[in-house]
Ligand binder design. Structure first.
Ligand code: FAD
Length: 458
């Protein structure tokens, strides 16, 4: 088994491409984007498409796709993080509904851009199944479906599948039922990322790698090679934001870890089903997320070590043996036919988590500073919507996108250490305890709801 090395997705495309050159010296631009993940690259793409004459630079500390964008579970999800009430202005749910519809529309938008530019990223619009692995999860899934109805989502957006209907699609051991939504696609994240990076370069965007930005100031991004002065400076640094001066409490880096199996044999797939490549998750508080890869493997992820003291980020994703064992056990429990599958690779990455679990898009014309992120574990699609929204904000256009409730949100700051460390670890310890109580009793744990409320997650 390989571990780290930025993960399996890179290995499966033959490794990392040769690095692009760093910034040569001080310069000026219309827009300087810091971070070449999905947020930075989609922002560059939409800006350049709208105004080809703009000089758009991307400054990347390592290499395009080094962060979560090159290491994720490949769910292009039309859902987004944060409790609906956080987006419902003055009690009205219309802004939340508008945001939800915009996110649903983002999934086919990504598929359309990939198709238009012949980016082959193994994208399949198969939908998502959230499976209930015990009675408590089933109760919660039903409550979530009912709550979704109150927020304007119909049967065609999210519906319950009985155990028989579920097993006609995929046979998950012990599953009592599931919810299904068509608004999720499966993707190979690195193929999408590399295709997008090449595309923006064709449009004339300059990407500088090995160019860490050391400080942001009004209309300025500072690097060791000199300063970039720009009308707009866009921060797209997500889980790595804490390394920038003045931003230590903006977003915390939380870890997520994954393993991928060697390709399963035909007889295993016959036992499992899963022919439509839906993404699959379970309904636990500390949930797992899975995809069937285009080459017949199962990739499964979940929370390993949730958080490192002082918001430290890891380097290239080396993953603890205990985390690998935990993910293997989860995979074997859900799919006994995959119990003996070799693990080909294990890796980890960091997500950016805001204090209130809600992502934001912000642009301040007075300072020329803009940023987007805080997607928690749901940024692959949201980064595309953020990119289109930043395009409109930076071009000074008022559109449906600039009216969405995540634009210009007032962001709460995280507590300083050691409180932050204690709090995040307590939250995950309590969620694990709630999950095991639910497995025992079959009833939703009150502890889980209390932790949801205290952490701000629901
Ligand atoms: C293991 C894992 C599984 C996940 N699974 C899913 C999933 O299935 N679906 C989903 O929707 N989301 C998932 N996520 C989250 C998702 O990957 C992220 O929300 C999304 O990729 C964020 O994109 P981004 O461009 O904002 O940030 P990133 O991709 O993290 O990019 C930030 C970039 O900024 C660069 N950078 C940082 N600081 C500086 C600096 N000072 N100067 C210059 N450059 C800098 C970094 O090197 C990095 O390349 C997962 C995340 C992880 C870690």
């Amino acid at each position: 088994m390989r571990t780290g090395e930025l993960g399996f997705w890179w290995r499966s495309v033959g490794g990392e491409p040769p690095p692009r050159p760093p910034l040569a010296g001080p310069t000026e631009a219309d827009v300087a984007i810091v971070g070449a993940g999905f947020t930075g690259l989609w922002t560059a793409y939409y800006l350049k498409r709208a105004r080809p004459s703009l000089r758009v630079l991307v400054l990347e500390a390592e290499q395009a796709g080094f962060g979560a964008s090159g290491r994720n579970g490949g769910w292009v999800s039309g859902f987004f993080s944060g409790p609906p009430r956080a987006y419902a202005r003055g009690g009205a749910v219309a802004p939340y509904e508008a945001m939800q519809r915009a996110m649903f529309a983002t999934v086919p938008e990504i598929a359309a851009v990939a198709a238009e530019h012949a980016i082959d990223a193994d994208l399949v619009l198969g939908g998502n199944l959230t499976v209930a692995l015990d009675r408590a999860q089933l109760v919660r899934l039903r409550e979530e479906i009912e709550a979704a109805r109150g927020l304007g989502l119909g049967e065609e957006d999210l519906r319950e599948l009985g155990a028989a209907e579920l097993s006609a699609r995929v046979r998950v051991a012990g599953a009592l039922g599931a919810s299904f939504s068509p608004h999720v696609a499966r993707v190979h994240p690195v193929k999408l990322l590399l295709g997008l990076a090449a595309l923006v370069e064709q449009l004339g965007v300059e990407i500088y790698e090995r160019t860490p930005v050391t400080e942001l100031a009004a209309h300025r991004a500072r690097t060791a090679q000199g300063e970039v002065v720009a009308r707009w400076v866009v921060r797209a640094t997500e889980g790595y934001t804490t390394s920038l001066p003045g931003l230590r409490r903006a977003l915390v880096p939380m870890n997520s870890s994954m393993i991928v199996t060697e390709p399963l044999g035909e007889s295993s797939w016959q036992q499992i089903g899963w022919q439509s490549s839906e993404t699959i998750g379970d309904g636990a508080h500390v949930y797992a997320y899975l995809q069937r890869t285009a080459d017949g493997r199962i990739a499964i992820g979940g929370r390993g070590v949730p958080y490192r003291y002082g918001s430290r980020t890891d380097g290239r994703g080396a993953t603890a043996a205990s985390t690998v064992r935990g993910l293997q056990a989860k995979l074997a429990a859900m799919f006994p036919a995959a119990r003996d599958a070799e693990v080909a690779h294990a890796w980890s990455g960091v997500l950016g988590v805001p204090r209130d679990w809600c992502p934001s898009v912000v642009a301040d014309p007075a300072t020329g500073l803009a940023h987007a992120g805080g997607y928690v574990g749901e940024g692959v699609a949201a980064a595309n919507l953020a990119g289109r929204t930043l395009r409109d904000l930076l071009l000074g256009e008022q559109t449906e996108l600039t009216e969405l409730p995540w634009v210009g949100r007032r962001e709460k700051r995280w507590e300083p250490e050691p409180l932050r460390w204690a709090e995040i670890n307590a939250v995950y310890a309590l969620y694990r305890r709630a999950d095991s109580a639910e497995r025992r009793t079959g009833r939703p744990s009150r502890l889980g709801s209390i932790v949801d409320a205290l952490s701000g997650r629901a």
